[in-house]
Design a protein around this ligand. Structure first.
Ligand code: 6PG
Length: 234
C-alpha cells in the first residue's frame, strides 16, 4: 500500500512557496551528500509559479541537472515544449537543463530510445521526481494507448520511452517522450503538485483503485515503495 501524505494550501501561490522550499531542500541535501543533484520537473501550467519561486532560491545551480518528466515531440522553442518552459526559468541560473527530444520530425519511438540513452548517463535514481497530473489522470506523459503497458511494466532498467497517447490530448495533440513508471517510482523523493477540485477527485479515486485504476496516476502510484507527498491548492 502506497503511503500518501496530502498537503493542502489556501491558494496556488502558497502552494508554490511550499513546494519550491521542499525542492530547494532536496537539492541542497543532494549537493551536500555528493556534490550534485539530478531532478525531474514537469511541464504544463501548474508548475509555472513554483519555478518562479524556486529559480529565485540561492542554490549552487551549476551542480543541478534538470530533466523534464516528459516532453512533447516538438522542436525546442515551440510553445508546447516542456523543456523550453523549464529552461526559461533555470538556464539563466546556470542549471543544466537537458532537452530529451531531438526534433519535431523525430520518430517518437526512436526519440524515446535516445532519451533513455541520455538518462542512462545520469546519476540515478533521481534525487527528486516532481509530477503534474492532468484532469484525465495522466502523469508525466503516461497515457492510455499502444505504449501504456510498456510505460508501466517495461524492463526495470528502462528510464524513458516514446509514447503515442490515444486519444491525443486536445491541449497538446502530439507524441511524447516520458519517464517510465520505474524511473518515476525509484526516485529518492516523489512529489505531486496539482490544483483544482477535479484533479483532487481523480487522484483520490485513482489511489483507492490502485493497480486496477483506469487512470495512469493510479497505476503509477500503486505499490510505490516511497512515501508520496501530494501538494494541492483549490
Ligand atoms: C505534459 C505535462 C503533464 C502535465 C499535466 C498537467 O507535457 O503534458 O508534463 O504531465 O503535468 O498535463 O498539466 P497542467 O499543469 O497544465 O494542468
Amino acid at each position: 500500500m502506497t503511503e500518501i501524505e496530502w498537503w493542502e494550501y489556501e491558494d496556488a501561490a502558497e502552494m508554490a512557496g511550499a513546494v519550491a522550499g521542499d525542492v530547494q531542500f532536496i537539492i541542497e541535501s543532494a549537493i551536500d551528500a555528493r556534490g550534485a543533484a539530478v531532478i525531474a520537473l514537469p511541464g504544463g501550467k501548474t508548475p509555472v509559479p513554483i519555478y518562479e519561486k524556486l529559480s529565485a532560491a540561492k542554490l549552487d545551480w551549476k551542480r543541478v541537472t534538470i530533466v523534464p518528466t516528459d516532453e512533447r515531440v516538438v522542436p525546442l522553442g515551440d510553445a508546447l515544449s516542456n523543456v523550453t518552459m523549464i529552461a526559461k526559468a533555470f538556464l539563466p541560473k546556470g542549471a543544466r537543463v537537458m532537452p530529451i527530444v531531438p526534433g519535431a520530425n523525430a520518430d517518437y519511438k526512436a526519440a524515446g530510445r535516445s532519451a533513455d540513452a541520455l538518462m542512462q548517463d545520469l546519476h540515478w535514481p533521481l534525487d527528486l521526481c516532481l509530477l503534474g497530473v492532468g484532469g484525465d489522470g495522466h502523469t508525466a506523459s503516461i497515457f492510455p494507448g499502444p505504449d501504456f503497458d510498456e510505460a508501466l511494466n517495461g524492463p526495470k532498467e528502462r528510464r524513458a520511452l516514446g509514447v503515442m497517447p490515444e486519444p491525443l490530448p486536445p491541449e497538446a495533440p502530439v507524441a511524447r517522450v516520458t519517464l517510465s513508471r520505474q524511473g518515476i517510482i525509484t526516485a529518492r523523493a516523489l512529489m505531486i503538485a496539482v490544483t483544482g477540485a477535479g484533479k483532487k477527485r481523480v487522484i483520490e479515486d485513482a489511489i483507492s483503485e490502485g493497480a486496477g485504476s483506469p487512470y495512469p496516476i493510479g497505476r503509477v502510484l500503486a505499490d510505490a515503495e516511497l512515501p508520496v507527498d501530494i501538494h494541492w491548492a483549490p
